[in-house]
Design a protein around this ligand. Sequence first.
Ligand code: GLY
Ligand code: MN
Ligand code: MN
Length: 433
Amino acid sequence: MTEYRQRRDALIAQLPDNAAVVLPGAGLITRSRDSEFAFRQNSDFYYLTGIREPDALLVLLPGRAEGESVVFCQDRDPTMEAWTGRRLGAAGVVCEHGIDQAFENSERDELLVNLLAGRELLYLPLDNGEAVAMAEEALNDAQAGIRRGRPALKGWLDISPLIHAMRLIKSDAEVALLRHAARVSARAHRRAMQVSRPGLSEFQLQAELEHEFVWQGASGPAYSTIVGSGANACVLHYIENSAPLSDDGLVLIDAGAEFELYAGDITRTFPVAGRFSDAQRALYQIVLNAQQRAVSAIQPGATLADIHQGVVHDLTAGLIELGLLEGDLQARIDDESYRRFYLHSTSHWLGLDVHDVGIYRLDEQTPLPLAPGMVLTVEPGLYIPNDDDIPDAYQGIGIRIEDNIVVTNEGHEVLTADVPKQIAEIEALMAKK
Ligand code: GLY
Ligand code: MN
Ligand code: MN
């Protein structure tokens, strides 16, 4: 409760006195007919409140004597609560979440007009239709208010960059949650390695992973689990997971648990039957070397742009060594021919969202320097197409190795070290069924 309050206070401290923030939480989304997707709170709303109920709205009012934080929430309703469970109600929002004042949604239209009256700047997420509709309504009301001598609403601004700048630097409590999400995710990957064998299908490895997530108390996957066997590993967002495992191929698994809304995001690639072939080993070692060098470069002041450039250098050098690219290393980097085999970037922020919020550049020329508390992935890969000009042994091999890393004062901490990535360690774990 204290930390959520500190976050709201820190956001309010950045706003002028005549401002108001309007931030809707998520609602329920229909999956089919009258059944809904499992509820997932909006990450920004959750970051500022800790509230996990649908259809809530946060209003922040700097300097307001009766309290600067107001939440509107679902109405208490014994009949509905008999079907879908207890609701916090206004009293619960105040005493369980430390919000200054709360009201139920049935009062919202009437009270919101009064709360916003006289505020000259509205801050809201501009990509949220519901929030923009509320702002338009407030503008209409304000125009009526002007005739009664109230200050005019001057306009609205995007609140998201302010919240996202805060979310970019994780607190100790957030790092602890990410560490746990990473640990659960790592256990699931180890389990998938141990059960893998020819004769199974991709979805059976998916089932092992997701069983482990939930068994360990995570809510489920943080994003759609990718289990790509053989050439399916070359499809970056392959989520069908419907093919039989290829007997002598590799399988790429990109899967992470969501724990208390925080994401793990691990990729490992290993031989279905437990032993790398020479060609698989050669390609894998190139990706692994690039990945390890990238991880070791993470420290305050380093940039993701430099880390990505290092990966591109190492992968391109490896591709030339194997004969998959020809000519001069710098020339192949400059003409971007490596992009045939590596077309995504090396890192993204990680947090409440798997591709977490926060800027990557201060301006076009200036990448953001890393600072303690930032959490990121490092996930280089090589994806060799089934093309005629590629030697048979390399065709249709996809490899990615992804870890989650927190930047610390001293350098970095790898949150996902519990799942092996060295060839010998993977083969040893897989031999221990
Ligand atoms: N699974 C999405 C990613 O690794 O970014
Ligand atoms: Mn991933
Ligand atoms: Mn990732």
